[in-house]
Ligand binder design. Structure first.
Ligand SMILES: CC(C)(COP(=O)(O)OP(=O)(O)OC[C@H]1O[C@@H](n2cnc3c(N)ncnc32)[C@H](O)[C@@H]1OP(=O)(O)O)[C@@H](O)C(=O)NCCC(=O)NCCS
Length: 420
């Protein structure tokens, strides 16, 4: 079937997580993604391995629907091969450390000269300009510097990282949006452009509402926080507060295990029904909770009453009770809950895939559902699995030419990597 991005070819030099999540999305949407790896492979192939000698889940879960070619970019024949591939691709993607792609001899200016139509998409920790431009970055470095960690956790505890990979996968999403915009622009003007996403910038974008609160603090305390905010000059950690216009928090349920909580949003319109259910007419007419401004002021008491009520039910029972009252809520679901959940399975958000060396494994599916060109998740490639296929199909190379490239060190490991 024709896919949404059929016809676009991407030369994907990305590694680890931030870049591969972006190119995996492009591949899921139907682009032909050629993962160009050093002869030693993306480092994640061997990281956190659970099956000896098989590609790790770290790699397989981020590199589906791609083809793999190995190219030694530190050899002359490898550079020549890369140059030829650039001429046949719509996009080239990379997320190397600062200066790496330039050291390999391929600055944006050079790539643009080789193929003026190509879009180049890069992820850097901090972008290519500014005092931090020379620094490398990983997920939690971006969370630390982008305003996420200082606003996550409890008032009296240390800053916390979130489990969702907003620095890596979050930046990957931004990059995909940038690539799609640049391709649209290219189709109108005939010219490619350079798309750069810095992890720090992307985390700030995802933490946007924390800068709303930062500015509101200059006008006085923030009534929706369950912790005191008087006199603060930076947005504090708000625990499990909703952080939005409606009050929200996690209430503890039976039997009291680590994930036995239900997140409840006490939306303005549902208060009366909710109050009647947990405290009868007396609570529904209690002036301490009459309006949202009163509930904000007395929210710790409101949460105490809700927790008391919830202690009689499991999170699933409590969810049912509240859903019947149209109260927005959700149980805290563990990864175990999620992989076994019927709704999640039905929406193909957990998919089972084969793999030649590791056997059956699970991936998280594609969250973007297209009615006319649905995504089919296919397993990740083995290292260099498609090298010959790509050289023949994309570059029209003969067996002899491929042999000559092999002799010329185009696919062999650079000396440094071999020694490691
Ligand atoms: C993630 C990161 C910290 C990893 O650092 P690293 O492991 O030291 O890797 P680098 O990207 O700095 O360098 C890659 C090296 O592999 C080499 N390499 C990459 N592809 C190659 C190929 N096909 N052939 C030969 N060599 C290759 C590069 O030339 C470079 O070598 P050099 O240091 O001699 O120049 C760094 O890449 C980075 O900061 N990336 C940008 C931010 C980012 O995406 N972070 C999130 C990752 S999840």
């Amino acid at each position: 079937m024709n896919k949404a991005l059929s016809g676009f070819r991407i030369l994907d030099m990305t590694h680890v997580q931030a870049g591969p999540t972006a190119s995996q999305l492009m591949a899921w949407l139907g682009a032909d993604v050629i993962k160009l790896e050093p002869p030693t492979g993306d480092i994640t192939r061997g990281q956190l391995r659970d099956v000896p000698d098989a590609d790790s889940l770290y790699f397989t879960m981020l590199n589906c629907n791609k083809r793999s070619i190995t190219v030694n970019m530190k050899s002359e024949s490898g550079k020549m091969l890369f140059t030829e591939l650039l001429k046949h691709c719509d996009v080239v993607m990379e997320n190397f450390g600062p200066g790496v792609i330039e050291r390999l001899g391929f600055s944006w200016e050079k790539i643009h000269k080789i193929n003026p139509r190509i879009v180049m998409a890069s992820i850097k920790g901090f972008g290519s300009t500014g005092p931090y431009a020379d620094f490398k970055a990983y997920e939690n470095v971006a969370q630390a510097m982008g305003g996420s960690m200082s606003t996550t956790g409890f008032e009296d505890g240390p800053p916390l990282v979130t489990g969702a990979q907003i620095g890596d996968s979050g930046t990957g999403l931004h990059l995909v949006i940038g690539i799609l915009a640049a391709l649209h622009h290219r189709n109108q003007t005939g010219l490619g452009q350079y798309v750069e996403c810095a992890m720090l910038d992307c985390v700030m974008n995802l933490a946007r509402v924390k800068f709303r609160d930062h500015q509101r603090l200059t006008r006085g305390p923030l009534a929706e926080f369950s912790v005191p905010t008087e006199g603060l000059t930076a947005t504090p950690r708000g625990g499990n507060d909703s952080g939005g216009g409606q009050l929200g928090n996690a209430v503890k349920c039976k039997p009291g295990g680590p994930n036995d909580y239900l997140y409840v949003v006490v939306q303005e319109v549902v208060w009366e029904g909710l109050a009647k259910r947990i405290g009868g007419e007396a609570l529904a007419t209690d002036p301490r909770f009459a309006h949202i401004k009163d509930r904000r002021k007395n929210q710790n008491e409101m949460w105490r009453l809700l927790n008391e009520f919830a202690s009689n039910y499991t999170k699933w029972e409590m969810m049912k009770i509240l859903n019947n009252l149209d109260v927005p809520c959700g149980p805290i679901m563990s990864t175990e809950d999620l992989v076994n959940d019927e709704h999640v399975k039905l929406r193909e958000m957990i998919v089972e895939l084969p793999h030649p060396t590791r056997g059956e494994w699970l991936n998280v599916g594609c969250p973007i559902k297209l009615s006319e060109s649905p995504v089919e998740v296919k397993r990740s490639p083995l290292l260099g699995e498609h090298t010959e296929e790509i050289l023949k199909e994309v570059l029209d190379y003969t067996d002899q030419e491929i042999h000559a490239l092999r002799e010329g060190n185009a696919f062999n490991a650079p000396a440094k990597a071999k020694a490691a």
